[in-house]
Design a protein around this ligand. Structure first.
Ligand SMILES: Cc1cc2nc3c(=O)[nH]c(=O)nc-3n(C[C@H](O)[C@H](O)[C@H](O)COP(=O)(O)O)c2cc1C
Length: 262
C-alpha cells in the first residue's frame, strides 16, 4: 500500500505514482473517429487530476466497427494530428498516455452493407486482416505520441469473444485448444512489437466470462502465462463488467447514441 504513491518505471514509461486510469469509453468522438473538443477537455481535466498513467477509452482499430457510437478510432493516418493533440495535453502534466485498441465486432461488407460476423464464420484472411488492423493502429498510436497501447481482450468484445470456448469453435490454428484460441492475441502483440517497438504493450483480459462453457479463471491464467512468456509488458485483469449498475458514459455522449459501456 505504501508504494501506491511512489514512482515506478515500466517498459517505455515512467509513472509518478501507481494509480492508472482504466479505459473508459466516453461516447463523444465523431463517427469517423475524429476527436471532439469535449474529449480534449475531459482528458485535460483527468491529466490534471494527478493519476500515474491514463488509458484512453475504447478506440476502434476499424472504421467499419459499428458496435458503439462515439468511439475514438485510430483507423486512418489523417487522424494522427488529432490524437497527437490528445497525447500532448496528457503529457503536459507529465503523465504517460496509453490508447486502448479495440474492436467491438468484425463487420464484413456484403453488397454494400456491413454485417457482423462471428469468429467461427471468418476466413483465415479476415483474421489476418484484423491482426493487421491492430498493428496499423499501433503504428498510428506511436506516431501520435502515445507511450503505449492496450489490447482490449475483455468484456466479450471481438477479441474476448474470439478467445472464449463458448464462442470460438474453429478447427484451424485459430480455434480449439487454449493455445490456438489465444494465437490471435500473440499475433497482434508480435505484430505491434515489430512495427512499433517503442511502445509499452499491455492487454486487458476478462478473468472469466461468467458463462457456462466460457473462459474460466484457470484458462485466463494460462493465456496470461503465454503472453508473459511472449513478452507482454503488463496485464490488466478485469472482472468483466461494472460492479455498480447504471453507470453511464459522459452524459452528452449518450444523447442519441448507444447507451452502454465497453
Ligand atoms: C461508463 C463506462 C465506460 C467504460 N468503458 C470502458 C472501455 O472503454 N474499455 C474498457 O476496457 N472498459 C471500460 N469500462 C469498464 C471499466 O474500465 C472497468 O473494467 C469496469 O468498471 C470493471 O472493473 P474491473 O475491470 O476492475 O473489474 C467502462 C466502464 C464504465 C462504467
Amino acid at each position: 500500500m505504501k508504494q501506491i504513491f511512489e514512482p515506478v518505471k515500466l517498459n517505455h514509461m515512467e509513472l509518478k505514482n501507481r494509480l492508472v486510469r482504466s479505459a473508459t469509453w466516453e461516447g463523444i468522438a465523431n463517427l469517423d473517429g475524429s476527436v471532439t473538443e469535449e474529449a480534449y477537455e475531459i482528458y485535460e481535466e483527468l491529466a490534471k487530476g494527478g493519476v500515474g498513467a491514463i488509458i484512453t477509452g475504447f478506440t476502434s482499430v476499424s472504421l467499419h466497427d459499428y458496435y458503439f457510437d462515439g468511439m475514438m478510432r485510430l483507423c486512418d493516418d489523417a487522424l494522427i494530428p488529432q490524437y497527437r493533440k490528445l497525447t500532448e495535453l496528457i503529457h503536459a502534466e507529465g503523465i504517460p498516455a496509453i490508447t486502448q485498441l479495440a474492436l467491438g465486432g468484425y463487420y464484413r461488407e456484403t453488397d454494400g452493407r456491413y454485417l457482423r460476423v462471428e469468429p467461427d464464420n471468418m476466413t483465415t484472411d479476415e483474421i489476418r486482416f484484423v491482426i493487421r488492423q491492430f498493428t496499423e493502429a499501433a503504428i498510428r498510436a506511436e506516431k501520435a505520441g502515445f507511450d503505449g497501447v492496450q489490447i482490449h481482450a475483455a468484456h466479450f468484445f471481438f477479441l474476448s469473444r474470439f478467445i472464449s470456448p463458448a464462442v470460438n469453435h474453429r478447427s484451424d490454428e485459430y480455434g480449439g485448444s487454449t493455445e490456438n484460441r489465444a494465437r490471435i492475441l500473440l499475433d497482434i502483440m508480435d505484430g505491434i512489437r515489430k512495427a512499433a517497438p517503442g511502445l509499452h504493450v499491455t492487454i486487458k483480459i476478462t478473468c472469466s466470462d461468467f458463462t457456462y462453457g466460457g473462459l474460466a479463471e484457470d484458462e485466463c491464467l494460462s493465456i496470461c502465462r503465454m503472453l508473459d512468456e511472449a513478452g507482454i509488458d503488463s496485464i490488466e485483469i478485469s472482472g468483466n463488467g461494472t460492479s455498480v449498475g447504471g453507470i453511464k458514459a459522459h452524459e452528452s455522449g449518450l444523447q442519441g447514441r448507444t447507451a452502454g459501456r465497453p
